[in-house]
Write a protein that binds this ligand. Sequence first.
Ligand code: KMT
Ligand code: NI
Length: 179
Amino acid sequence: MRAYIYDNEPTDQRLPHETSPSQPISVEALNKLGVLYWNIPVEGDWEQEINKVAEERSYKNRDTINVSKEGLGDAYESKIRSFFEEHLHEDEEIRYIIEGSGFFDVRDVELDQWIRIAITPGDLLVLPAGIYHRFTLDEANNIKALRLFKDEPKWVPHPRSAETEVNPYRQQYLQSRGI
Ligand code: KMT
Ligand code: NI
């Protein structure tokens, strides 16, 4: 995992979009946004380690997603588009990367700028409920991830709007960040 400030250039979303010079973001800074990160090497017994985290944090359900042309078929283009629309969920978004790579962008809560999180196999990322975020593949066009859920998955992406600004989960998120 590597996180840095997004450059906001209107070029292909799959490019790194790193500023020059780079402005790295630490795990501690991500934690302040409520974003959690662990590395669980895929070469080891990762399933056992995931089971431990899942038990500690009450993640009861899981499935696997393949984001690639082969994995998504006819839904590929529309999925890629909707993943990259800025949105929030009313539940955590938990992903463990098994293969491939991609980018999660999360909004810095104070400055409202994008932070890009480059993820590769072994990364376990938890986005808190109420955080504005989006996802894109990189130029390799492939990622395989485990999705974990507390209960039934709350899939609904709420695109950022006047409505999400007053959404109770957004309000709760801001409060949890001391805002
Ligand atoms: C999501 O909800 O944005 C995704 O599941 C993206 C692919 S998982 C790395
Ligand atoms: Ni999402």
